[in-house]
Design a protein around this ligand. Sequence first.
Ligand code: UDX
Length: 433
Amino acid sequence: MKITVVGSGYVGLVTGACFSELGNDLICIDIDESKIRKLNDGIIPIYEPGLEELVKKNRKEGRLTFTTDLKKSIKDSEIVFICVGTPPKDNGEADLSHVESVARTIAEVMDSYKLIVEKSTVPVETGNKVAKSIRAYNTEKVDFDVVSNPEFLREGSAVNDFMHPDRIVVGCESEKARKIMENLYAPLNAPIIFTDIKSAEIIKHASNSFLATKISFINAIANICELAGADVENVAEGMGFDKRIGRSFLNAGIGYGGFCFPKDAEAFIRISEKLGYDFRLLKAAQEINQSQRKHFVRKIEKALWVVKGKTIGILGLAFKPNTDDMRYAPSIDIIKELQKEGAEIKVYDPVAHERSKEFLKDIKYCANPYEVAENSDALVIITEWSEFKELDLRKIKSLMRNPLIIDGRNIYSPKKLKKEGFMYISIGRMDVI
Ligand code: UDX
């Protein structure tokens, strides 16, 4: 099938590359000329495992092209995916101006049937508004359908998530659209949930909000464990064996970051408010998430007694492993707070140094974790990259000024660190001091 993907960010690029891998002809669009130039030179602007290989292969085989020419691409395609950004406005609502502008362009140029697929995360009722706008601006009254097909891709495993989804959600209101979507996704052999457009839009909000709430729930439990002298890892394991609960997304830590959960939860709170519902549960989840970062800084302060003049080594900057994404990363708030108190900051992240420069100033970038540890008064783990789980702890200890590890992701066992002679402070577990 001939497909145009409008917006070559995380979602658009992965969607375009994966659909081309499935044998379709893909045109990926972006208004950013330099991004398109880079993509045409084979340079992928984001770090996403497996994506570069997929893009290279499908470009070479002629199934994947990149251009800024939106109008021509729409004319040439039967399916148009809208994957443009919906950044938050000051009040937390999603800014839909890019979605609206794409809808108007489609209306202006379309001269044959088009299936317009909304993939960006948008408020409920956007699908209907897109359809209304196309109907209004298309003077030739060409036949078209709009469907909602939310993405559930996790950064760092987006290609794999696309190719092996738990489910595919399609909100559509015509038999023709349903058939096209069914054919398009047939190679993935995954369950497809067909529903109305509004329900599909709410499935996306509800899924992300539920996962965010699950994380805040376990972080609240972690705080209770700290007060009671229990161990949150044991609690999560005991809860997780219950099939109704499940162990995933019960990892206590410094809370969720990234461009999806914080922004989508905020947007869903606004959407609910507009509809007349005060979503107190989700508001609490967001509050707990923010306070978890502050709680972590308090732990560092307590362990160091005086922060001013101390050298703090940070392991991990990205909001989670296997990505260089720094948006809403907990590391930003935590490092800024420590700098405010007069700490010297040294950092190492396997891939996020470049992108972190937009958010953080006056930090010393190191080439590896051992350089970070050298002469540090504390080593703080912020992102659970797997290489941090295999450090030579004896070497780390010999390099540090003070053998103190404060672990925001519970990557070590307190018993082991005690044996190695560290002071070890983690989340929801007994301190080793
Ligand atoms: C998320 C959703 O998982 C995905 O379906 C949606 O389409 C986009 O948003 P992503 O933001 O890439 O994906 O990452 P995810 O792996 O879900 O983690 C989000 C945040 O939650 C990270 O900051 C992570 O560290 C944190 N997290 C996750 C926890 O703190 N504890 C957990 O148990 C799980």
